[in-house]
Design a binder for this molecule. Structure first.
Ligand SMILES: [Zn+2]
Length: 390
């Protein structure tokens, strides 16, 4: 049986309980660039009282695996491990070198995970040009049909803080220069902004694909996206900028007007529109509210074409014949952003054939996160055949 290149995987553990791990499986064809299969090992917390099951027990009920991480993203981690094991145990080898990497800390922005590994252990990824990971490759319902979403891009992230300043004073006074009032107006204006639809190559192809599947007119992007049912709010957010207020801070006593009020806004924009979006935001909040950029991360968009895309689409078609595959751009971010710093093109391809009535996109960080076991078996087979042939 072919072995891992090293007897033991390599480990980078910058701090306790933040372990990154990597192993390389040699391929048959050393002339081909290596392919990275990666996942993150951490999950977000879960409040047990809110769940129907113990969120950390990994319970299987009626063919469905329940638990925190079932969707984000122990599912893909398990599919990667079992797919590679299936190939090796059959005495076969992948077509090209496979670099299996599990990152820590993704839910914390990858600080002790992908960002650190890309900086300190770039050698783990030598010879790799492409990567596959989470949040794509799963099926959704489009009208009464099924389709697969393949993720080829991620929106850029801009976390901003709005700061309004005013004059402090007694809560009983006549007080036009109130920082809380000024901030509230800016937050409401931004939170209620209806950002216009702005298509990229990916979302234009997505809408064309949905129009073909449904037979609907391609001219109304939101109406087309609504045909994807539970996935539609996820998809509609990728057609435009979003500016969601997520935090408010002001005041310390009921009868004291504070001289300062702050709000946190989670801004997600299409790749390449960062500056234009910030200019729009400045105009919307007005000249008297300051904007502080707290944190940014890049957007990504790779073409929905090429040999790897063809191979992923072909494997889905082999295992679920005749079901269309459409590209999409994700509103959130993954460790693919860090790998992009090494010139590696990342895709979201964690293949799952899902029942039409499962609100899969609602499961990410949600309560009662769960995935059908037969969907995991499907993904295991698709990934194994992908690495055998690509
Ligand atoms: Zn994730």
């Amino acid at each position: 049986m072919p072995e891992l290149e090293n007897d033991v995987p390599e480990v980078a553990r910058p701090i306790a309980r933040r372990t990154n791990v990597c192993a390389r499986v040699p391929g048959r064809n050393p002339d081909k660039p290596a392919l990275i299969l990666h996942g993150h090992l951490d999950v977000v917390p879960a409040v047990a009282e809110d769940w129907s099951v113990d969120p950390f027990a990994g319970e299987i009920r009626d063919g469905i695996l329940w638990g925190r991480g079932a969707v984000d993203m122990k599912d893909m981690d398990a599919m990667i491990l079992t797919a590679v094991a299936d190939v090796l145990r059959a005495g076969e080898q992948p077509e090209r070198d496979i670099i299996i990497t599990f990152f820590a800390d993704e839910e914390n922005g990858g600080v002790e995970g992908s960002a650190l590994v890309v900086k300190d252990r770039a050698d783990w990824f030598r010879g790799a040009t492409e990567a596959i990971s989470e949040v794509g490759g799963y099926s959704i319902a489009v009208g009464d049909r099924r389709a697969y979403l393949l993720q080829v891009g991620e929106k850029a992230l801009i976390w901003i803080k709005l700061i309004a300043r005013g004059r402090a004073g007694h809560g009983s006074g006549l007080h036009p220069d109130n920082a809380v009032t000024a901030l509230a107006e800016a937050v409401a204006a931004l939170g209620r902004t209806q950002w216009p639809v702005r298509l990229t190559d990916t979302t234009a192809q997505l809408l064309a694909g949905l129009a073909e599947i449904t037979g609907d007119d391609a001219g109304d992007p939101d109406a087309l996206a609504l045909r994807t049912g539970a996935a539609s709010s996820f998809i509609r957010s990728t057609l435009r900028t979003t500016t969601n207020p997520t935090g408010l801070t002001a005041g310390y006593k009921h009868n004291v007007i504070p001289d300062r009020a702050e709000a946190l806004i989670d801004v997600r924009v299409l790749p390449g529109t960062e500056e234009a979006a910030l200019a729009d935001i400045r105009r919307i909040v007005g000249p008297h509210v300051e904007i502080e950029v707290v944190h940014t991360d890049i957007g990504l968009e790779v073409p929905f074409s090429g040999d790897l895309v063809d191979a992923m689409v072909a494997q889905l078609d082999r295992h679920d014949p005749g079901v269309p595959v459409v590209p999409y751009l994700m509103g959130g971010g993954t460790d693919n952003k860090a790998l992009a710093g090494l010139g590696i093109s990342g895709y979201g391809f964690a293949p799952l054939r899902l029942p039409a009535d499962l609100d899969f996109t609602g499961m990410f960080h949600g309560v009662d996160e769960r995935v059908p076991v037969d969907a995991l078996e499907f993904g295991r087979r698709v990934l194994a055949d992908l690495i055998r042939t690509y």
